[in-house]
Design a protein around this ligand. Structure first.
Ligand code: ADP
Ligand code: MG
Length: 232
């Protein structure tokens, strides 16, 4: 499972982006981090991905997120894709396959390219791709390693409806394979039936931890709970 204990991230001495967050997510769970702009969602995800220094403890299937073991099983799709301008779509995926020492990945690679309509763009280089296409390449790169935990930061933004549909199917397939999914969003509309947990974040803290059952037995909607929890 994913365990986050007492995570604190400050930028400078005054700007506290994440203030003592603790939560854990079990295998096969889809967890949404919902929060207004600036709540600290991206910072939390970047800390888990090992891209920022932080205080506290983060464990991924019993390994510290600083260990090689954890990096091999962690996929991360950032909010803004950062592709290599001069590498082709195919070269991006081959690069990942080499870096992660993947075996027998060709079939899966082609399947991903087809699902996200990139199969006719394999020879295009990064700078020739639209923002949405870059995002899809970034997605395929993260999925190719068959991670046991995968994090998506605002994944629906910039994707066309077909890709959104495909991505939702991917979420369910990953869940069924026992993968942990952590998905950040600030759009309540995009939070549909597929989630098991919702962490509502505000000002660097988890202000509500909801599971499906607790919401079914609640008289209020997620939207109402969200606005109440994030009210200044
Ligand atoms: P969210 O993803 O929920 O919109 P972020 O995690 O991006 O929120 O930001 C949380 C807070 O941390 C904001 O106040 C933001 O301005 C601040 N912050 C994020 N990244 C940096 C950075 N690199 N330097 C300084 N402040 C930052
Ligand atoms: Mg963000």
């Amino acid at each position: 499972m994913l365990e986050v204990k007492n995570l604190v991230k400050k930028f400078g001495s005054k700007n506290i982006a994440v203030n003592d967050m603790s939560f854990s997510i079990n295998e096969g769970e889809i967890c949404i981090i919902l929060g207004p702009n600036g709540a600290g969602k991206s910072t939390t995800i970047k800390c888990i991905a090992g891209l920022l220094k932080f205080s506290g403890e983060i464990n991924i299937f019993e390994h510290s997120n600083k260990s090689i073991e954890s990096k091999k099983i962690l996929g991360y799709v950032p909010e803004t894709p950062s592709l290599y301008e001069l590498l082709t779509v195919n070269e991006h995926l081959e690069f990942i396959a080499k870096a992660y020492e993947l075996k027998d990945y060709e079939g899966y690679k082609n399947e991903l390219l087809k699902r996200f309509d990139l199969d006719d763009k394999v020879d295009k280089v990064g700078r020739e791709l639209s923002k949405g296409m870059q995002q899809k390449v970034s997605l395929c790169c993260a999925l190719l390693i068959k991670p046991k935990i995968i994090m998506f930061d605002e994944p629906m933004i910039g994707l066309d409806p077909k890709a959104i549909n495909e991505l939702k199917k991917v979420f369910i397939e990953l869940k069924e394979a026992g993968c942990i999914l952590l998905i950040s969003t600030h759009i309540i509309d995009s939070v549909e039936q597929y989630w098991d947990r919702v962490l509502i974040m505000n000002k660097g803290e988890v202000v509500k931890d909801l599971n499906k059952e607790s919401l079914i037995h609640n008289t209020r909607t997620l939207e109402e709970i969200f606005f109440e929890a994030t009210d200044e």
